[in-house]
Design a protein around this ligand. Structure first.
Ligand code: 4NP
Length: 160
């Protein structure tokens, strides 16, 4: 539930390594889940690394978002996570434990964001990772989409 007195939408930042595969898919999937649940959410994504800053999502991520989710993610652009994000967002959700450790190292002592793994919100999958599909083929990206769709649906339901 959104308990903020000003009723700002709850804000969620999805974070992976490059911000071109997993987190843009998780961003798109959460937008879709929020729409389905009738929730006002502000959703963004970022990478812990800066190598792909300014780039659109990987073409394989774009393809599965379109084909399996009917979502066009071609207009997303990669950015690197910053310390400021820990004050701007209510939730920062990491895809894997490396992302989580990098975020914990960046996290300011007085950060207000809640930091967790995305899969911590899925019953029975606490502590699990959304595996990096970058070196896999398109079938791995399909699995990533299925995984982030289920996880973001669980996260959205949890917010209600
Ligand atoms: P992502 O995948 O973290 O899900 O965006 C990767 C993208 C790029 C690289 C690794 C993982 N890379 O090594 O460039």
């Amino acid at each position: 539930m959104n308990t903020d007195e000003t009723m700002q939408p709850v804000s969620v930042l999805m974070v992976c390594l490059g911000n071109i595969c997993r987190s843009p898919l998780a961003e798109a999937a959460l937008r879709q889940a929020a729409e389905r649940e009738g929730l006002a959410l502000h959703v963004d994504s970022a990478g812990t690394g800066g190598w792909h800053v300014g780039n659109p999502p990987d073409h394989r991520a774009q393809e599965v978002a379109q084909r399996l989710g009917d979502i066009d993610i071609s207009d997303l652009r990669a950015r690197q996570v910053s310390a400021q994000d820990f004050y701007t967002f209510d939730h920062i959700l990491a895809m894997d434990s490396n992302n989580l450790a990098d975020l914990q190292a960046l996290r300011p002592a007085d950060a207000t964001a809640n930091l967790a793994l995305l899969l911590d919100y899925v019953p029975g999958q606490q502590g699990h990772a959304v595996a990096d599909p970058y070196y896999g083929d398109i079938s791995v990206f399909e699995m990533t989409w299925v995984q982030v769709s289920a996880a973001t649906a669980a996260f959205a339901r949890n917010l209600r």
